[in-house]
Design a protein around this ligand. Structure first.
Ligand code: A2P
Length: 256
């Protein structure tokens, strides 16, 4: 079993009946890179019940933030959604992941493509100064079924732009591109469709994906990853990893 520590819940915020975010204490010994995930959970019937969660805080944060779905009947999330300030949760001691700057070769623009809770690792990436030092433009796309599910992203981007550490850079370099698929909003459609039709690039006023210039991080459901991987490969981008950095990286968002 993975080594775990007990941490204390510091805040809980429910966004919709399907989504909530919470913050917990960060052990001094817990080191991670922005974009990585960690095992997190609760003790159930005397045993640890853990799932992989992206850390939504940047590496410099003194607390740890997480963004979670509530899966009806889900073994962990049906319990985790009831956590309150002061409760204890279990946190793994080791973080891992590929949605890290180190897995990409240098480029000009960084696309962060997310659906649902797949925005969590990017909540870390957009609040990390290194992101803006390495890329001149950072484009965060977030697609959800309904408009209220985009609230976490709106707050995140507002917070990044107001942040003492990254605010100035995020105000100039970070572009937020939220879309919905099942409820009317200012911008609608799956990100795959918006890429294929060229609408995303038209709106940004840039050329389509180009391996010479563009880098991509992808986080969402298995189907979303497969479809976006295919679009990246079609554009000539190569998949990177920690061992072999390249043009794009993918990771499955926690689903239940
Ligand atoms: P859609 O409403 O058309 O299914 P979910 O809540 O099911 O995880 O979906 C989150 C968002 O991801 C929804 O807006 C959904 O669109 C979108 N989505 C689902 N599958 C894909 C896919 N294969 N490629 C791109 N977007 C997807």
């Amino acid at each position: 079993m993975a080594a775990v520590t007990e941490q204390t819940v510091l805040s809980v915020r429910h966004y919709t009946d399907r989504l909530f975010a919470f913050r917990v204490t960060r052990p001094q010994s817990f080191r991670f890179r922005s974009g990585e995930f960690v095992m997190l959970g609760l003790e159930v019937d005397g045993k640890p019940l853990l799932r992989a969660y992206s850390v939504a805080s940047p590496a410099w944060d003194e607390e740890l933030e997480f963004f979670s779905i509530k899966v009806p009947g889900g073994p962990l999330t049906s319990r985790l959604q009831h956590i309150q300030v002061g409760d204890r949760i279990l946190l793994g001691t080791k973080s891992v992941g590929t949605l890290v700057l180190d897995a990409l070769v240098p480029g000009e623009r960084l696309y962060l493509l997310s659906t649902g809770t797949g925005i969590a690792p990017f909540a870390a990436v957009v609040r990390d100064p290194e992101t803006y030092e390495r890329f001149s433009k950072v484009i965060l796309t977030h697609t959800c079924r309904e408009a209220a599910e985009l609230d976490y992203g709106h707050e995140l981007v507002a917070a990044a732009r107001a942040d003492v550490l990254v605010g100035e850079m995020a105000s100039k370099q970070l572009i937020h591109y939220p879309t919905t698929t099942r409820e009317p909003s200012e911008r609608m459609g799956r990100i795959t469709t918006l890429i294929e039709s060229g609408e995303l690039f038209n709106e940004l006023g840039v050329a389509p994906f180009d391996p010479a210039r563009d880098r991509v991080m992808i986080c969402g459901s298995m189907e979303m990853l497969a479809d976006l991987k295919a679009l990246c490969e079609k554009a000539g981008l190569e998949e990177g990893s920690n061992a072999r950095p390249a043009h794009y990286v993918v990771e499955k968002a926690f689903v239940g």
